[in-house]
Design a protein around this ligand. Sequence first.
Ligand code: NOJ
Length: 810
Amino acid sequence: MSKNYGYFDDAKREYIITDPMTPTKWTNYVGTIDFGGIVDNTGGALLCAGDPSLNRINKYIPQQLDTDFKGATLYLRVKHSNGYSLYSPFFTPCLTPLDSYACHVGLSYQRIVSECAGLKIEATIFVPTESKVEVRDITVTNQSNQPLEVDLIPVVEYSHFEALKQFTNADWVPQTMMSEAINDTPDTLTLLQYPFMRRDGLVNFLTSDRPVDSFESDRKNFLGVTGTWAAPQALTLDSLSNYEARRGDNIGSLLIKLGSITPQQSKRTIVLTGQASRDTYAELIHQFRDHNAVDAAFAGQAKYWDDYLSSYQCETPDANFDAMINVHNPRQCQTTFNWSRYLSLYQLGLGARGLGFRDSSQDSMGVLASIPAKAKELQKKLLSIQKPDGSAMHQFYPATMEANEGDSREEGEKLTYGDDHLWIILAVTAYIRETGDYDYLNESITFYDKNLPLDQREAAPVIDHLERGLHYTKHNCGKHGIPLLGFADWNDTVNLPGDAESFMVASLYGAALLEVIELFDYLGNEAKVAQYQADHADMKKVFNDQGWDGEWYRRYYTADGAPIGSKSNSHGKIYTNGQSWPVIAGFAGEERAQIALDAVEENLNTKFGIKLSTPGYDGYDPNLGGVSTYPPGAKENGGIFLHSNPWIMIANTMVGNGDRAYKYFCQINPAARNKDLDTYEVEPYCFAQNVLGDEHPQFGLGRNSWLSGTSSWTYQAATQYILGVKPSHHGLQIQPCIPRDWKGFTVRRSFRGANYAIKITNQNSSDQTVSHLTVNGEIIPGNTIPIAQPGTQNTIEVTLGAACPEHAVA
Ligand code: NOJ
């Protein structure tokens, strides 16, 4: 029986952690990549501005002990006749037991409420929208029956702005780090911090709205020679040393004396950590020292989330499904959209990767209903790192827009991934279906060439970018006629030498062709429709001739023509993506689709999710590459790689198996693991990337939470395929595929500026085709709600199942 670590509060849209010693750190995100980062359940923070590797603020080292100090904290001390008692209201680093502790994981805020020494401390941590400052809004209430003299000591530990240098050079970095105290008003003090080269540029700051008794900026001075973060020697003294560091391990710490707090009295303190230029920091600080401005910023953020989430809300017979789809899943989609795979407790943002081409393309698809303009902005950046031949650079750094070839650089021979450029076709067409912004197709965007300045790069309309992507794949096929793998495809870790071929790239190409055919059909371009239909038919034939293994589809051919993902293999016999994508691509006929999806259920499904392949490779094999660096059952080597699960859900809805699609959703729903956290270990309020599979002794252990394509695709699978409310060029298409025992559900959806309240009744469990659809009382033939006037409220009634006489379509 697992320990209990917390619970969901659906009304407040929070998860509440009730034990500070969670099995791993559990994190939340504040702000955006422009300014923001991670805040953990014990108040540690990793903030950056614009780029985690090129402009980092805190030194947060995830690999350090979870009981230790990470990036930021708050001490509280109570004065006695003979000295002070020291506490950590966030539990770490003092680790003194608290009388109570609750960490409210909210929508872009973390609120830690604790009790100790007769005091209640409430700290709300957030980043006001579009501001480069983290606010810690702290209220201390005396719950005892005697006055208490209380000090607050917020602390930040700084990183060099170039995150990796912090760890690779232990002379140059400390020689440059500097702190400077500014008495910006007679009553307040701001502690600035910067590496010398930024003295006249961007500076970090730590300050408060309250007078500061004293400060410390050097770690050794703060801790003392034998001190630790749990018991800093400086905190045994009445005041800090007021030392302005001119080198070394820079911290910021402020001693804020709240004075005597009488019984039942509360005192509120604002602590600000941020970054600004020398000319502007004072203004920013001035703004958020004002409590009303902090309240307004917090309310503004809540309003942002109300608006964001209101684009899709559902009510189904399953409250856990609703909590995930109405709050936590779209929230995670916004997070992956912001951070790609750049900064998490697992993806450390130290320079190896920026925003990924394939990842960000998929992430943009998870936010389309809520923030389409932002999605378009990101897509345009991605299109600008597509190469003129139609393939794409693998990743880019947002601060400089410099792109590179990702891990393929290590191998050096094949610098292209077979799949990257195809994801952007799915993303752009999904954006257009959502918004009707057909002008986007004509916007001119440059192709990437790092040797040319921007104004000399070739530019072409977006539609050209998409067509060049299709062209690239069509003309880069191997000897079986299947597209070349390149360095890797979606599965980064299968790195086959030479001209290996990938059935997943073939399927992605098929799915992208379907989207482009639909688009040209809508635009009335018959020639293009015919051209791409022919390409689709050609690949479909080759795919089925070369890919069918008898009981499922194959996944790759090596350069020598040996199949991988075949019954003839001893390991890696069957791959999940090998079965879902042929269905999504329209390549698998009805019979093969059923057989392939049954094979997934029989060979790959576990109670914690579907494995990526089986059996796992048992030993390092340079001819397979990264996949064989993991033991069997871990990550891409037979682990439950959750990103691939929603594709199987989608494929099952396409063959009409709603029971299975829903079962697959439930078994990876992190909320379902809330009772099993000693096994699962990671946050129950967001999807993880991977769970150890059943070949591993720690079957069921999750890792790499938050930043995973699982989020965008599970959201799409649930909202567009299980609940079946899908944007199309002609309107909102209604095609649910739900569990047979659901009698119905409702969805509130905004689409192209109009609102739709949709009530779906399932009157016949086995046939879920739409038999009756009314829009504002008027019967509409087919299953697509026509596009309504922006600003209108529309009531939609849908009946599924063979029509009974009174529901018959007119
Ligand atoms: C994580 C990477 O970010 C993603 O791009 C890739 O598709 C998966 N791993 C699978 O290898």
